[in-house]
Design a protein around this ligand. Structure first.
Ligand code: PLP
Ligand code: ZN
Length: 419
């Protein structure tokens, strides 16, 4: 017999057909239609356990400080890795360049495996451990995989990973050194996803793959809590979310909705999905007002959002509707430009998908779709060290000098001459 994960989870609701599942279900997806599930809670119980005053006194800086809002048992923590606790940074120089006063960066590059995905992997893996599994699996463009591999290593679980054949080398290297079993799948992320799902069913692995596992979005919502807590329980106006499957968008939006429901904030920000031009099926669905997403063959340098068949479209589209959000589509050239602008004005080095947040903001500003007086948060979802090959394309080889001052002086005057 399996126990409900906590006293506060009251069940699950299908995101497509609204069918309800009891809290003790072992199913990850809807038994009627196969769509993804949303975790439901008893918010009255939650309100008795956590509030802004109690959070002020809470000394754990990690996502575990919000455990009363997570679908986990108290006895599952504290976790052995410090996930979350990431700062909201004011970006005055970037704001100046954009002509905006209130631009903030939520920096997830400093998570243990260097991406936002640690929030989701930790919650999903802890849930897997609660129900007695020792092997977790996932398909991933790279970050969810390296994250799950790292978390599994910390928790002493086995990880089986499926990545597309073109996953960036730094991500693949991380996964291997964390000790996971890795399969590179010929094809794209979408192919790796289907194989992982079939294999997990066959071999009884607990899959963390994005969308099908309802607990990843629960981990991801902790970023919203951090943002609101940093702003002293004021909501920003817009939150920019680089979007592939749509799970971050759905999760972070849910975090804000929960805080409003608990009375911690008075409104939910507009969630803005940023998609790469060559992988923008959610943008098309949003424009046409349809939940039936037309798959595409993904083509973009932003590998973490190179998703042709978004696996969490219902969750994402619903969140866009509920928050009066929007979708902005950016070409790879704009992402590359943002990869240059972000580090040189803020000190944050972001992978292409994370820099896409800034490209999306620039585009909406240029099109007059936002007011420069608004408070903006850009989610910076992954470190630039995750894909150094793409970053290196933006740089030239620096001059080589002899270890002598005269030589350096000559080189310096040559550089001046260049300008
Ligand atoms: C996974 C990921 C995203 C996109 O998240 P989805 O839930 O697939 O929309 C964005 N940026 C980075 C760095 C990621 O790893
Ligand atoms: Zn259903």
């Amino acid at each position: 017999m399996r126990l409900p994960p906590t006293e506060t989870v009251s069940g699950f609701a299908c995101l497509a057909c609204a069918q309800l599942e009891p809290p003790e279900t072992e199913r990850l997806t809807c038994p009627s239609c196969g769509a993804n599930l949303d975790v439901l809670y008893d918010y009255e119980r939650i309100a008795r356990r956590i509030d802004p005053d109690r959070l002020r006194a809470e000394r754990d800086p990690s996502i575990w400080r919000y455990r009363a809002l997570l679908p986990l048992r108290e006895s599952s923590g504290p976790p052995p890795l410090l996930v979350g606790g990431r700062p909201l940074l004011r970006a005055p120089r970037l704001g100046e360049a954009l002509g905006m006063k209130r631009v903030f960066l939520h920096d997830d590059t400093g998570n243990p495996t260097a991406s936002f995905k640690d929030r989701a992997s930790l919650v999903a893996a802890l849930r897997g451990r609660e129900i007695g599994t020792d092997t977790v699996s996932c398909a991933s463009t790279g970050n969810a995989a390296s994250s799950l591999a790292g978390v599994a290593a910390a928790l002493g679980m086995r990880a089986v990973i499926f990545v597309p054949e073109k996953a960036p080398l730094p991500k693949l290297t991380q996964i291997l050194l964390y000790g996971a079993r890795v399969f590179r799948v010929r094809g794209t992320y979408d192919d790796a996803f289907d194989l992982c799902l079939a294999a997990s069913e066959r071999f009884g692995w607990y899959t963390r793959s994005t969308g099908v596992n309802p607990f990843t979005a629960e981990g991801k919502k902790t970023a919203a809590f951090e943002i609101a807590e940093s702003l002293e329980w004021k909501s920003p106006d817009l939150v920019f979310v680089p979007t592939g499957d749509g799970n971050i968008l759905g999760g972070v939006g849910k975090g804000f909705q929960e805080m409003r429901r608990l009375g911690w904030i008075d409104r939910v920000p507009r969630m803005i999905a940023v998609q790469a031009e060559g992988a923008s099926p959610l943008a098309t669905a949003w424009r046409t007002g349809s939940d039936a997403v037309e798959p595409v063959a993904p083509r973009t340098i932003a590998d973490s959002i190179a998703v042709g068949r978004p696996r969490d479209a219902h969750r994402a589209l619903r969140m866009l509707r509920e928050t009066e959000g929007d979708v902005v589509v950016v070409p790879d050239e704009a992402i590359l430009e943002a990869m240059r602008e972000l580090p040189s004005t803020t000190g944050l080095f972001a992978e292409p998908s994370a820099a896409a947040s800034l490209a999306g903001l620039r585009k909406m500003l240029a099109e007059g779709r936002i007011d420069p007086g608004e408070t903006i948060v850009l989610l910076i979802t992954g470190s630039g060290l995750k894909d150094t090959a793409t970053a290196a394309r933006l740089t030239a080889e620096p001059p080589l000098v002899e270890p002598r001052l005269e030589d350096l002086e000559r080189a310096l005057s040559r550089e001046k001459g260049d300008r």
